[in-house]
Design a protein around this ligand. Structure first.
Ligand SMILES: NC(=O)c1ccc[n+]([C@@H]2O[C@H](COP(=O)([O-])OP(=O)(O)OC[C@H]3O[C@@H](n4cnc5c(N)ncnc54)[C@H](O)[C@@H]3O)[C@@H](O)[C@H]2O)c1
Length: 275
């Protein structure tokens, strides 16, 4: 083994045949300080070469496997990147942690209890995990700017736009944005609450957070991941918008998280903690 390979971070990808997973496979294979050692997806992709499945011309020699626990024991990745589905991510994370791996989780739709379970297991195993609902730098900045604007505006609504294959609504990013905004402005839209509003079509006003921020979820083919936070005050509005127009927008954040998680211990929520 060469000196650089010895220093390499051994990485696994869970959800390797998915839209995000394929992008992550290509990205990890392109990093000089990382080695792809494990790729996991469901039965129908088992046996495929991860690089070929990701659209690369040459195979990488890592076959997609379907059994995460078995793959963890055989391939021993140090860090596992998970882009799967809301129903799978908790079990996956616990399996990774119990088998000596560290977690970089991009899958959204985890419940607060699920997040707490992963945090507790991470600390119990003396391991490391980051859960980031959005790995795009611009989205993290949008959240920071929205939090800052919330000191001055007490009326705001969020519109998030995603491709129509997305399983969870509203998006993890919109919920995270609302949490950050509510940390500085606990109740939005007080004057909206005074009137007797009637929803003619159920759901027209979106979902309401604890701090009274309305979140509206748009799902259409052609979209990737987009979000607007609109603030209102007398005679003015302020709109902050971010667009991920391609899944490559998430990859620098994923690489940063893999490097950080490989060397730290503990639990982090949100890419904002790494930049
Ligand atoms: N954090 C971010 O920046 C970010 C960005 C985009 C998407 N996402 C989230 O990532 C997740 C995946 O998105 P996608 O568009 O790639 O979805 P996708 O449906 O294209 O891919 C998911 C893949 O996971 C596989 N899978 C499902 N359950 C599995 C399991 N138990 N073990 C192994 N593989 C399993 C599926 O077979 C599929 O190939 C979603 O939750 C999405 O919201 C997060």
């Amino acid at each position: 083994m060469s000196a650089s390979a010895e220093k390499s971070i051994l990485v696994g990808v869970c959800g390797a045949a998915g839209k995000m997973g394929r992008e992550v496979v290509k990205t990890i294979l392109a990093q000089e300080d990382m080695t792809l050692v494990m790729a996991v997806d469901t039965e129908k992709h088992a046996g495929e070469d991860a690089a070929l499945s990701a659209g690369l011309a040459d195979p990488c020699g890592v076959q997609i496997e379907k059994d995460l626990a078995k793959a963890m024991k055989a391939k021993k990745p140090q860090v596992v990147v998970d882009f799967t589905a809301p129903a799978s991510v908790l079990d996956n994370a616990l399996t990774v942690l119990k088998n000596g791996g560290r977690c970089v989780i991009g899958t959204t739709g985890l419940s607060p209890q699920g997040i707490e379970h992963i945090r507790t297991e991470t600390l119990k195993q003396d391991s490391a995990t980051i859960i980031a609902p959005n790995f795009a730098l611009g989205a993290v900045l949008l959240m920071k700017f929205a939090q800052e604007a919330s000191r001055f505006f007490d009326h705001a609504e969020i519109i998030e736009f995603h491709h129509n294959q997305k399983l969870d609504a509203p998006s993890g990013t919109s919920l995270n944005t609302a949490d950050l905004m509510q940390a500085v402005q606990p109740q939005f839209g007080r004057t909206n609450q005074d009137k007797a509003e009637k929803e003619i079509l159920l759901g027209s006003r979106g979902g309401k957070t604890q701090g009274n921020i309305r979140i509206h979820s748009v799902r259409l083919p052609g979209l990737v991941a987009h979000q607007e936070v609109i603030f209102g005050d007398v005679g003015q509005t302020l709109t902050i918008r971010h667009d991920s127009i391609d899944r490559t927008s998430f990859m620098p954040g994923v690489v940063l998280a893999v490097r950080k998680i490989a060397t730290m211990k503990g639990f982090l929520f949100g890419l904002e903690n790494l930049i």
